[in-house]
Design a protein around this ligand. Sequence first.
Ligand SMILES: Cc1ncc(COP(=O)(O)O)c(C=O)c1O
Length: 356
Amino acid sequence: MHAIARAARERLTEDADPLLLQYGTMAGPLGFRESLAAYLSAGYGHDVAADELVVTGGISTALGLAAEVFSAPGQCVVMGDPTYFLARGIFETLRLETAAVAVDEHGLNVDALELELRRGLNVSLVYCIPSFHNPCGVNLAPDRARRLVELAQQYDFMVLADEPYVLLHFGDAPPPCMMSFDGGRNRVVSLGSFSKLLGPGLRLGWVHGAQPVVERFTEHGVLRSGGGLNPIASELVHATIESGFLREHVGTLRETLQERAAALVGALRVHVPDATFERPDGGYFCWVDLGVDVDDRMLLRHCLAEHGVGFTPGSACTASGEPGRHVRLSFSFYEARELEEAVERLARGLGTFSQL
Ligand SMILES: Cc1ncc(COP(=O)(O)O)c(C=O)c1O
């Protein structure tokens, strides 16, 4: 809050340019997009240009806009299984059909997708979460990412890459951003957000795509009528990029998340030894197979009521929604000792639940 308050004091002064309160350009303020492009180029290790960016109200808004721009009602969106549990509602609200393709330890199973395409599945969009997947924590293997873009060209669909966690890597370099696989095919629409870097209340994000792709966005009626999205939030975040705060803050965030992930993983190994999971290498989530056959939603109710601990039941993230033995544990919000305490409680909950 400190940095945003400082940005507001600096930028929202009485003698600030009154144009700030006017309708703006469809793609968002050019100065902000230039700063953002430089920030992303450094962070991704991949060149990003200002004219490849459109400012959005965060990924949720952008998912709806992208679905409207690149699909028509009744067309089919492929989603990973499991996937970000609130994305389906956005596509369904727009009367799109959804189909599921499995996600494994290397991300979306692109071979399985290819099989479905060969069998005649007609798709307008493939929605994927290539880096530090929500809920699975995994990254899309580069050969799969490359193949996905080739398939997009061959079968005429767009790859809708939801990438809010790519800069939250624990190792030295981030996983490659999805646009680095586009190779001039104009098939990738990458969505980024400040929600996980600064705060979701800002409602600010961006679309990253080749120029002809982002132009399709700026032709959307909502952007034309509104004169772009969220100019005031753009101005505040612009200040945090220019001052160097964002870069420093994201560095600290990565260290904090890494410590918290280590605490969670350590506690799971001690207290839930039958659990299996991929050790997170970035992002917010650990996807855990509890190693016992339980109904995840009933277990959640029991854990909340009897042990004061919660989690996202895996079945909330799967296409079938059927009860299962997976849970999504988020290590972003709580401190290391709270996470350790939470895992101890989860272990106690598992013990008392299985005795019921
Ligand atoms: C994969 C994924 N996409 C999108 C969102 C929502 O992003 P935004 O706040 O930018 O709308 C989230 C938030 O948890 C997420 O995990």
